[in-house]
Design a binder for this molecule. Structure first.
Ligand code: ADP
Length: 196
């Protein structure tokens, strides 16, 4: 409890951005700065795959081809995670969720009265993220997998960004530049949103 921002007011935020936009890297910095819990549905799913749970086995086949795991499964794991004490006391940054309108609606139900303070879109152009992912080489970073995930991002997740923009919650941050420059931009955008 030596982080004043987390002790006084737990910050609740969502970070959007195409695959390969650098959300994971920036989330580490947001955790350091705000003392929040990092909730990455992709990491949680990869954890379930590695642990060999039934859910992990079912999710693996879907993830390997770059499709989306069902809203029901995703909402189940997010609901359980957000109910834990650390999320209540420290706040959180959601990364890779919500990815569909159904997930966004589910999130609102889960949070109830607890509103989100900031919703940020880390914006990196398509050609740049494609090049980055090809260089990264994760299991699902095949040419087909990359194309499929980016296609689903436009089709399923872009409407979620519009949904938050309609509610005046969305802030777009330029995701090109040095890691520290991007962090500075993110921190100032989030500080402005939190102060509103
Ligand atoms: P990326 O952003 O590169 O797709 P993630 O780690 O966020 O990487 O997700 C990896 C995979 O996990 C996705 O391709 C998808 O199959 C699954 N996944 C993660 N989050 C969600 C979500 N919110 N809804 C549905 N599927 C998800």
């Amino acid at each position: 409890m030596n982080n004043p921002s987390s002790a006084s007011r737990p910050v609740r935020m969502v970070i959007f951005g195409r695959q390969g936009a650098g959300k994971g890297t920036q989330c580490v910095r947001l955790v350091e700065h705000f003392g929040v819990v990092h909730i990455s549905t992709g990491d949680m799913l990869r954890g379930a795959v590695a642990a060999g749970t039934e859910m992990g086995k079912a999710a693996k086949a879907v993830m390997d081809v770059g499709d989306l795991v069902s809203d029901e499964i995703i909402l189940g794991i997010v609901r359980e995670r957000l109910a834990e004490g650390d999320c209540r006391t420290r706040g959180f940054v959601l990364d890779g969720f919500p990815r569909t309108i159904a997930q966004a609606e589910g999130l609102v139900m889960i949070l109830g009265e607890d509103e989100l303070h900031a919703v940020v879109d880390l914006d990196v152009p398509l050609d740049e993220v494609t090049a980055r992912m090809k260089a990264r080489g994760r299991d699902d970073d095949t040419d087909e997998g990359i194309a499929r995930r980016l296609e689903l991002y436009e089709k399923e997740t872009r409407p979620v960004l519009d949904w938050f923009a309609d509610r005046d919650l969305l802030v777009t941050v330029d995701g090109l530049g040095s890691e520290t420059d991007i962090t500075d931009r993110l921190l100032s955008a989030i500080a402005t949103a939190v102060a509103r």
